[in-house]
Design a protein around this ligand. Structure first.
Ligand SMILES: [Ca+2]
Length: 231
């Protein structure tokens, strides 16, 4: 019964996952617009909890501000970034807060690797002509992979921008992932305890009322004594 109650949204929802840390970056970066500014939630209109916050709800409503410290700007128009998610996750898509103009990301490919050196990479998804941002406030675009991958290491390979000779830029990156089993177990346990507690309250309430009636005299006496002491 408890697990049946969990089926609808809780178990089917996906969560937003932090892109983790960069292990390599062949794109380079500008001083005031480092790569970290696209990985650390800087400039986002609301924070998220990696692995917990609902992906679709969050990316539909959250924007990324532009300006120094909020977005990443490279030194090369194409190249790759190798990311360490910090653990194994089943990623099924990503969210990109893209800039507008010639520096915007246009085409890119996602690879996964079994090791941190990316000695062998496997293509997971490729996207072309992705939408540019909206100037001063960048909206997220959610892009879904045709199939998910259980991985820790992800490469973002940018293969084209919208025309700039030596720079590409975006505001933030986040992955879409299925919740970790441990999270689901905790959720199930929490809901199970909630159901159990409410059933216990429903059963025990009449018994408690009877007990209160049976012992009303000494209980009231004690309460009065206590009140007087407080005064
Ligand atoms: Ca940012």
């Amino acid at each position: 019964m408890i697990f049946a109650a969990l089926e609808p949204a809780a178990l089917n929802a996906t969560v937003i996952l932090s892109p983790g840390i960069a292990l390599a970056n062949t794109l380079g970066e500008k001083n005031n617009r480092p790569l970290s500014a696209a990985l650390d939630q800087s400039g986002l209109s609301a924070p998220y909890v990696s692995g917990t916050t609902d992906f679709l709800t969050y990316t539909a409503t959250t924007t990324n501000a532009t300006g120094n410290g909020n977005i990443f700007r490279s030194d090369n128009p194409t190249g790759f970034i190798d990311l360490d998610l910090g653990g194994l996750f089943n990623i099924t898509g990503l969210a990109l807060w893209n800039v507008n103009g010639s520096r915007a990301v246009r085409d890119f490919e996602i690879f996964v690797s079994a090791d941190a050196t990316f000695s062998t990479v496997t293509s997971l998804a490729a996207f072309t002509d992705v939408t540019q941002g909206n100037g001063g406030v960048l909206e997220a675009q959610a892009l879904t992979f045709s199939s998910g991958a259980l991985t820790r290491y992800v490469r973002l390979q940018i293969t084209d921008n919208y025309g700039h000779n030596n720079q590409v830029s975006f505001g933030e990156l986040g992955f879409q992932a299925t919740p970790e089993p441990s999270t689901l177990v905790l959720t199930a346990c929490a809901l199970g305890l909630f159901v159990f507690w409410n059933r216990r309250k429903a059963i025990s309430a009449p018994a408690l009322q009877r007990a209160a009636v049976d012992s009303s005299a000494p209980y009231s006496k004690n309460r009065r004594t206590s009140s007087i002491e407080l005064l």
